[in-house]
Design a protein around this ligand. Sequence first.
Ligand SMILES: O=C(O)CCC(=O)c1ccccc1C(=O)O
Ligand SMILES: [Mg+2]
Length: 325
Amino acid sequence: MQANLDDVLATARVVSIPLRVRFRGIDTREAVLFRGPAGWTEFSPFVEYDDQESAAWLRAAIDFGWSDLPPLHRDRILVNATVPAVDAADVPSILSRFPGCRTAKVKVAERGQVLADDVARVAAVRRAIGPEGRLRVDANTNWNVDEAEHAIRALEPFDLEYVEQPCATVTELAEIRERVSSLDVAIAADESVRKAEDPLAVARAGAADLLVVKAQPLGGVHAALRIAGEAGLPIVVSSALDTSVGISMGAHLAAALPELDYDCGLATTALLGGDVTTAPLDPVDGGIGVRRVEVDVDLLEHFTASPERTAWWLDRLRRTHALLG
Ligand SMILES: O=C(O)CCC(=O)c1ccccc1C(=O)O
Ligand SMILES: [Mg+2]
């Protein structure tokens, strides 16, 4: 499962796809697509990530394009709607992009907003999905322990399945988990897995009830599968605003897990204003299929990044590839 730089560059195409809604401060998503013997694959670390962090994303891309897949246990993955930190009034139109999804994940603790904004947004989502819907929130590390406790108590009446990464550190996660242990709200770790020196530290510390696992930052389907197995906690597979090619990587990871009790964060093509394939892995009836994706040359052309951005990405690809062992 080695791919030299020339193999990668031979088919590499850089795309720039507009987002339908601003998400984590960006309104355009850039990605490199390339093809290995096993099929199309994606390299799309966020632009601010350094080469060291991006190396795991390249390892993942090469793993998906150059190696066989592990045995799969399912051919469809139930997915959550992903609701960015929008105004409560915009919630119904966001949710309409996720047909059939029984679960919604809502971004909270957005910088520049206040708790009342989160309460209003979460209330709007609960109203839209009804009492049977499953509702989870993601704070992306943005609360300290006191803020997290205050917010979780304010949001708890809307019946939360879990709170994803309420605070930044494993120590803080352990403390907030302890403080809200009398409430029926689980604590999930995301950044403490995908950005950690040791992705298993949070599980070992007993600081989370479940783990969010993403294929690209963890070095690929095989590496993420190993980490999930060693963690011994329930897993939610999620993505990073990938094109359908990157989502396909996540879908195969989700399909390879022996147990999958939670809906996955793999419906995010619904937030993109376009895709690289004519058969996208968009959510249908609350789920996505598990299959590889063939790119469409006209769509690659349509979303081709500028010469400057293309040069930037190919340069990044070269530097990052040099870091692989
Ligand atoms: O999990 C989901 O519903 C979608 C993916 C998602 O939220 C996400 C997308 C890009 C970067 C970070 C995150 C995150 O989970 O924190
Ligand atoms: Mg998250």
